[in-house]
Design a protein around this ligand. Structure first.
Ligand SMILES: Cc1cc2nc3c(=O)[nH]c(=O)nc-3n(C[C@H](O)[C@H](O)[C@H](O)COP(=O)(O)OP(=O)(O)OC[C@H]3O[C@@H](n4cnc5c(N)ncnc54)[C@H](O)[C@@H]3O)c2cc1C
Length: 535
């Protein structure tokens, strides 16, 4: 049930409030757990702000409650029976098939949690990752920053932890899935703060993620997972018999690895791997995706827009936004994406000669900048037909922005007010982007649909956060890798790829997730399906 709590009220007050809401005597309340907590910072009807927490609680009570209050709360749906908690590991009785060996490709959230489910359910796993462990990845990134030459295998997208290792570590997802709870509990067991399990704006932060990943790695090694770092899968080996094709192993730069099944968790940037898969006969389809630019503001401007300037605002920390402007009457819409409060803009690059932005933050959200992507949807109408048309569209834009920035990862930038007026910015504000920015006509560099969607979105968002589209908003581009423009079709129940009996495409690179938590859920759910479904 949902309860409210003032900013200064202690959590203990929830017990009395819960009992009152369901008509249960205090002594009959056995347990109360916060399942979700969000901050309500909306304006009251008089215009002022009244801050409060909205808290969803799960309770355990002695006996089945009866009485008018409880019946009323049940009838209106205010209280519901709790579903039994789910586990990541399967009990032996639930395992219909235990393969001798499974290869998991990719050590991002989808691959790591798939490997965890399999290994802790007793299946030997080879986890193959083209990038290196955290430490060597960090060295490669420092080399990129100093020498302005990206390492194609160890970068912000590839290496231990996958694409979210240098991120805000936001863990909220629109997917309401029973596996999200055990996954969040796993992060906590590896060192994340307990609040991430229920906080509606839960985030871990890059600094903490870098302590959590080695702990998760140790747990996987203890469960028997064999890691193959700096090892790139470049092809699939098949047993060609009657019926569906079946994989017998994978080819890598370090030799072949035999297996009974492959969980493919390659993320949205392994463009070469998609090409290898297509060559090997894996069905791949084009799909619509989103792209746009990053926008950065002083965090103080966003805080004033979200929380006002009253005394309570200072206690609430760096504020967040998630804004949407719908497409209407043929005019494109836009939305904010991957907002990083108190963060920095980063070069999310794995291919030399391409520029792509993204954002990250530390756990304290302590930088004076707030950034987010502002993106609009693009599909075959924009990029044409063909499986790789969306990828080529991304590539062309990334190369255009790289060239315009001076070919050294300096990024073109434009003030939001100048973008809307269609003119170059004569001066730029300082940004958090470490490679630096130069004035550029982002309004002309972007395709017209994307430009128009972003322009409509900026205008709408300026009504919600004063100054959003002013000279204080710096656009830095280009942001192309918001989602995979491809999908590897699979059966919705068994998670198996079409026509290949033992291939399980998962996570963002297969087109089934968008974010750390949803990718982890997809990987874990696919691993469970692999064990539950007999051939
Ligand atoms: C800078 C940045 C910030 C982000 N911030 C957030 C955030 O705050 N919150 C959020 O929810 N999401 C965030 N995201 C998105 C999130 O990281 C992804 O949605 C998520 O990581 C997808 O998980 P995945 O496991 O499907 O793929 P990935 O994390 O992309 O992992 C795929 C892995 O597969 C490996 N791989 C690819 N091809 C091969 C091959 N042929 N052989 C071997 N290995 C291979 C790659 O090296 C990579 O490590 C961010 C992304 C970036 C880039």
């Amino acid at each position: 049930m949902n309860l409210t709590l003032g900013l200064d009220e202690p959590e203990a007050a929830l017990r009395a409030r819960a009992c009152e809401a369901i008509g249960v005597a205090r002594e009959h309340l056995r347990d109360l757990r916060i399942a979700r907590r969000s901050l309500d910072a909306r304006r009251a009807s008089g215009g002022g702000r009244h801050f409060r927490f909205v808290i969803h609680v799960d309770v355990v009570v002695e006996g089945m409650p009866t009485g008018e209050t409880f019946d009323g709360a049940s009838r209106t749906g205010r209280v519901k029976p709790l579903a039994p908690p789910q586990q990541l590991q399967l009990a032996a009785a639930d395992v219909a098939k235990r393969p001798d060996r499974v290869v998991v490709v990719g050590a991002g959230p989808a691959g790591l949690f798939a490997a965890l489910v399999l290994a802790e359910s007793g299946v030997p796993v080879d986890l193959i990752e083209r990038g290196g462990e955290l430490r060597s990845r960090g060295r490669a990134l420092a080399g990129f920053l100093n020498g302005r030459r990206p390492d194609p295998e160890n970068n912000l997208l590839f290496g231990e932890g996958g694409a979210g290792t240098y991120s805000d570590g936001k863990l909220y997802t629109r997917v309401d899935h029973p596996l999200s709870h055990p996954i969040l509990e796993t992060f906590v067991a590896c060192g994340a703060k307990p609040e991430i399990v229920f906080d509606s704006r839960a985030h871990i932060g890059t600094d903490r993620l870098h302590a959590i990943l080695p702990a998760l790695r140790e747990r996987l090694i203890d469960a028997g997972v064999q890691f193959h770092w700096n090892t790139q899968v470049s092809g699939l080996r098949f047993h060609e018999g009657g019926g569906a094709r079946a994989i017998t192993g994978v080819e890598t730069n370090n030799g072949e690895v035999a297996c009974d099944a492959v969980l493919l968790a390659i993320g949205h940037s392994a463009r070469d791997t998609w090409e290898h898969l297509l060559r090997d006969g894996v069905k791949i389809e084009a799909r619509a995706s989103q792209l746009g630019v990053r926008i950065e503001h002083p965090q103080a401007l966003i805080d004033a827009g979200r929380y006002g300037t009253g005394p309570e605002a200072a206690r609430l920390g760096a504020s967040y936004y998630g804004l949407v402007c719908r497409a209407e009457k043929g005019a494109p819409g836009g939305h904010s994406f991957c907002m990083c409060p108190g963060g920095q803009i980063v070069a999310s690059v794995n291919t030399p000669g391409h520029l792509c932005t993204n954002g990250m933050s530390n756990s304290r959200h302590s930088s004076p900048f707030a950034n987010a992507a502002i993106v609009t949807g693009v599909g075959p109408r924009e990029f044409g037909d063909g499986v790789f048309a969306g990828v080529d569209y991304q590539r062309a834009l990334e190369a255009r922005f790289f060239d315009e920035g001076g070919k050294d990862y300096t990024a073109p930038a434009q003030r939001a007010s100048d973008f809307l007026k269609g003119r170059e910015s004569t001066s730029l504000k300082a940004t958090s982007y470490k490679f630096g920015v130069v004035p550029g006509r982002i309004d002309l560099l972007l395709p017209s649909t994307v430009r128009d969607g972003i322009a409509r979105a900026l205008t709408a968002f300026n009504r919600q956060i004063s100054g959003f589209a002013s000279e204080e908003g710096m656009l830095v581009g280009v942001e192309t890798r918001c989602s995979a423009p491809l999908r590897i079709p699979r059966d919705p129940d068994t998670f198996r790829a079409r026509d290949i009996a033992n291939l399980y495409p998962v996570g963002e690179g297969a087109g089934y997730a968008g974010g750390i938590l949803s990718a982890a859920i997809d990987g874990a759910a696919a691993a469970q399906a692999l064990l539950k479904n007999p051939d």
